[in-house]
Ligand binder design. Structure first.
Ligand code: NAD
Length: 249
């Protein structure tokens, strides 16, 4: 308990799935948490189930100005940032033949531009010795049909992470990423696919995972706690696969 006592954490995509599970765990561990999401109604709902010192901030990570305001509201309230967890993301699939500019832009704006702009805005406020964490994915390490743009976006974020790790080296800021495998979250229902197709896809993923099942948001949250805490004080620049072994076979 209290591995994050007095730490201030900003979490994007915190009203659902991995982000929400992490917000709950960080609060349990004594952090003050800025719970950010795109929809106010969803934030109002999660606010009812969260316990501890937190604020909610509505921000669309694909909009540069929203990222700036998110960081401003966080520092206005808590005066500093120790943990920046850039987790918001979308994964609508499309085979390459059907890709549109709009589809491409929506994924890259949310999955790549958002975390990069949020990092730029937050860096002056992140304590030396603080930590930045991205939710990546194992998709850019393997070839999953239809996930070309999504995979490219996560690969781009991984490339950006390497540069950032070096750029902040004089400040002792650790920059890590989590690469989940298939995790049971609402993201699959948001892919714009019929329910039976999503179910079949899910079964297919689960069969490929050496542990034979989807992971849970709570399992990812535990990794996000580990990487943000002093237990990971010498872990920097990595992408931690939390995927039941899928990326390793
Ligand atoms: P989720 O749909 O439950 O959560 C995604 C979050 O991102 C939601 O809170 C959503 O509101 C937010 N979001 C989406 N667009 C946004 C925008 N424009 N502005 C602000 N917030 C926005 O799904 P999840 O699985 O918890 O996803 C979290 C992260 O995990 C994503 O980056 C996703 O790519 C990654 N991931 C998920 C899986 C999986 O199998 N679930 C696997 C690998 C990686």
């Amino acid at each position: 308990m209290n591995k994050l006592n007095n730490k201030v954490a900003v979490i994007t995509g915190a009203n659902s799935g991995i982000g929400l599970a992490t917000a709950k765990l960080y609060l349990q561990e004594g952090a003050k948490v800025v719970v950010s999401g795109r929809r106010q109604e969803a934030l109002d709902e999660v606010a009812k189930e969260l316990e501890g010192d937190f604020i909610t901030v509505k921000a669309d990570v694909s909009i540069a100005e929203d990222n700036k305001r998110l960081i401003q509201e966080a520092t206005n309230k808590y005066g500093k940032i120790d943990i920046l967890f850039l987790n918001a993301g979308i994964a609508p699939p499309t085979p390459t033949t059907d890709i549109t500019e709009e589809h491409y832009n929506s994924i890259f704006d949310i999955n790549v531009k958002g975390p990069i702009i949020a990092t730029k805005e937050a860096l002056p406020h992140i304590n030396d010795g603080g930590t930045i964490l991205f939710t990546n994915s194992i998709v850019h390490q393997k070839g999953f049909d239809g996930l070309g743009i999504y995979s490219a976006s996560k690969g781009a974020l991984r490339a950006y992470q390497r540069v950032l790790t070096s750029e902040v080296k004089t400040r002792g800021i650790r920059v890590n990423a989590i690469a989940p495998g298939p995790i049971d979250t609402p993201i699959y229902g948001k892919m714009g696919l019929p329910e039976d197709v999503v179910e079949e896809m899910g079964k297919g993923f689960a069969q490929q995972v050496p542990l034979g099942r989807f992971g849970t948001s709570e399992e990812i949250a535990k990794s996000a706690l580990f990487l943000a805490s002093d237990d990971a004080s010498y872990i920097n620049g990595i992408e931690l696969e939390v995927d039941g072994g899928l990326s390793q076979i």
